[in-house]
Structure formats: structure tokens, C-alpha cells
Design a protein around this ligand. Sequence first.
Ligand code: ADP
Length: 488
Amino acid sequence: MANSNPEIKYTQIFINNEFVNAVSGKTFPTINPSTGKKIADIAEGDKADVDLAVKAAKAAFDRKSTWRQMDATARAKLLYKLAELMERDLHYLASLESLDNGKPYMNAVYEVYGSVYSLRYSAGWADKISGETVPSDGPHLTYTRKEPVGVVGQIIPWNYPMLMLSWKWGPALAMGCTIVMKPAEQTPLTALYLCSLAKEAGFPPGVINMVPGYGPTAGNAITVHPDIRKIAFTGSVEVGKIIMAGAAGTLKKVSLELGGKSPLVICDDVDVDEAAKIAYAGVFENMGQCCVAATRTFVQEGIYDAFVKKATELAQSRKVGCPFSQDTQHGPQVDETQFKKILGYIEIGKKEGAKLETGGGQVGTEGYFIQPTVFSNVTDEMTIAKEEIFGPVQSIIKFKTLDEVIERANSTQFGLAAGIVTKNIDNALVFSNAVEAGTVWVNTYLAGAAQAPFGGYKQSGIGREMGREGMELYLETKTVSIKLPSKV
Ligand code: ADP
């Protein structure tokens, strides 16, 4: 069960199935966001460590290596085994994540389940991707092969550390790539433990390598390394742009899952209480640290006041506290930087004239807890309606007609997700077709499936993870033509 003091077993860099110190010998602290105190010192990877990790991953991808010679069904079996080991260690993994990330324990448990589910989904694809025979001109047999891209660099964020890891490990491994990953500096612990499980599952040395460290150092070394063929990144728009530019030097393939400022439209034909609950979950889940968070809540004028009242009550009822307490729904923000940034946005909201209905401040004096916050009378031009806050802040904005709200919903550089709550099927369909977003939810929010592609329009990203498209990210297509003696 939940253990607020789990043993920290792994703190070093993982290369070639071994845990090793950084070449420089340096370490960095990982902090408990509930207290602001250090949990452990982690080996701080940099270019020299990335070079070693890439060397290992490259050797593991050699034509004659165990990994390349392995049947696709055997690769799938390793992934299934890893998923099984994660279930075995469910409570340990969830405890470790609650400690390092601050998310409530039960949310961490769901994250383990979600990660296991997505690994199993990817495993199923391992032996189901095939090329095709092509009716080419001339006396030729022409066919395509789907081949793994090679060594891939994967850089992940801290908000869903295990889920983001499995969304990247699963497809890459199922398709036969080898990996050099960097976890977020805020949350390295579960990633390192999962490496030990991968070793236990039987993945050959060098197939999975993990280099904890900072973005501009270890992250950049991965981005520019000439032997890495593809980068998969989840994180901020700002860093996504840096990565795309850095990857250009070696023309790596790039997939980016970036931020958002997702609109959720509440029409006046719905039950206000039900709609407010959908919006509440959409914005406060994971302390608002969710790339798809419904941070622009558009409410039709007829129900606006009633909605604001209900939204305020829901935010006030949210139980903020220690991630390990059973009744906690809301833990701390991940670190001091995020904490300060969010409080800064709340001050800007107040200054620019939004009405603070509830929240707005710190909870307690220790750690990075922020009150669930609701602003009403928010207008499209306000900073809190335009920029990604990544915290527990709901902005409730009034609208009159569907046509108008579609224009306003699309009037942003982001396009990750969107939602509509309505009883009118025509409105639901028109909105779903017209909104510029990679994911649209109708009468729900945050419903996720490993089978469904996920990613963003516009500056919210490039490419789709999971689903069949998520597998394609890790594949090259090769066309082979063979001369035949005659056409028939
Ligand atoms: P967030 O805003 O969610 O913290 P970031 O985009 O800052 O997201 O970080 C996501 C991941 O990107 C982290 O693993 C971080 O270390 C890494 N990162 C940050 N800066 C860079 C960079 N310049 N190059 C490569 N990776 C980076």
C-alpha cells in the first residue's frame, strides 16, 4: 500500500543495463514538492554520459545484435513482461511517484495502470506492422519494408513521468528501436526504477538507456547527437522549438507533444451541475499540470452566473493536502519555479481585471501547495486567457453564440485539445469539426485511450503518439524492387 517513505533504490545513470555514476561525478538533488526538502542526489548526466549511452544504444541496434535478430513476437513478450513487473510493483512505483512528483497517491496508482495499459497496447503492435507489395511499372517485384528508425532520443516532462515514459518506450521498443531517454530533472526516480524492471524483464543491454540531467546539457546533447535518428519530446512549446532547431543540424525526425490553452465550451442547454463537474475535472486534474487542461472555460451567457457559482463551490470543496493522505484530491505543484510562476499569473489575472471567485494563494507554509483558483469575468485579451499557466487556475469566459465561440476558441497559437458540453448533436458535430485541436471531447473531458492518436495542431506539436500513427513515428519505409524475367 501507500508508503510515504519508499526506499530509494536507484539514483545513477542507466547504460548497457548497468547503473553508473556521471562521468563528471556530479549529482543534482531531486526535491519532495510537499516539503521542499531533498529526497536524494541523482547522477547528473551531460554530454559525456549521453555519448556513452548512444554508443551502447548504437551497439544494441547493430545488424547482428540480439535485439535486431530477435523476432517481433519476442520483443512483444519483453514488453508484456515489463508491464507485468510494473503491476507487481504497483504500490512501490505509485509511492515513489507521489513522493517525487507530489501527485495524490491514488492518482499515481492510476498512472501506473495507464502506463501498463499503454505498454501492452504497444506490445500488441510489435508483430502487426507490415509493408506491402506495390504494383510498380515494368517487370519488377516491388515491395516495402517497415524498419525501425534506429537509436531514438526521448525527452520527457515531469507531470506524468511514468505515462510519458511508456508512451515513448512502448512504440519505440515494439518497432525495434533502441533508446536514450532523459527524464525530467524534477522527477527522475520512477524512470530509473523502471530501467531496473526493464533489465529484470530481459531487455538486452543497450536497448534502453536513461540519462538523468538538465535540459540545456543532457537534453541538448541528445538533441544534437549525430547517431540519434529521431527525437520524441513532450514538454513546453518554448523547449519544443529549441529541440526542433537543435535537431535540424543532423536532420533528425522530430515528434513534439507540446502545450495548450484548451477551450471547453459549455452550452446553455445542459445541466449546470454536471457541466461544472466536467469543467472542474478538466482544469484541476493533476493540480492543473496537464497539457490538455481546459483552461479556457467558455460558458454561454444564459447559464453563466449559475455556472460560476457551482464552479466556485467545487473548487472550494477540493481537498488539498499531503499526497499520501487518503482523502487528498490535490497535492503540491511540482517545484518552486512552477509554484512561483502560477502565483505570478494569478496576480496578473487580478491586475488585469478578472474577478477572483476563490483561491489565489498558497496553502500552508511548507511545500508548493496552491489553492484551487477560479476567475470569472475573464476576457480573451487577458494574459490568463492566453498563456499556459500549468496550474490550478480556472478562467471562466462568457460567450453568446456557437459561431462566435468557435472563432474565439481557435484564436490561439495552440491546438492540443478542446471540449464541448451540449445536448444538441448538431452543435457538438459542428464544433468538433471546426475546432483546431488534435483531440476533441464531447460531454466529457480527459477521456484517454492508448488506441487513439494524441497530439496537437498548430504550435501544440508535430506528429501523433499512440494509436497506429504512434508506431509509424518509429519506422522508416524501404522500397525494394527486384527484376523479374517477364511481367507475367
Ligand atoms: P516543463 O515546462 O513542463 O517543465 P520543459 O519543456 O521545460 O517542460 O521540460 C520538459 C523536458 O525537456 C525536461 O526533461 C527538460 O529537462 C527538457 N529540456 C529543457 N530544456 C531543454 C533543452 N534546451 N534541450 C533539450 N531538452 C530540454
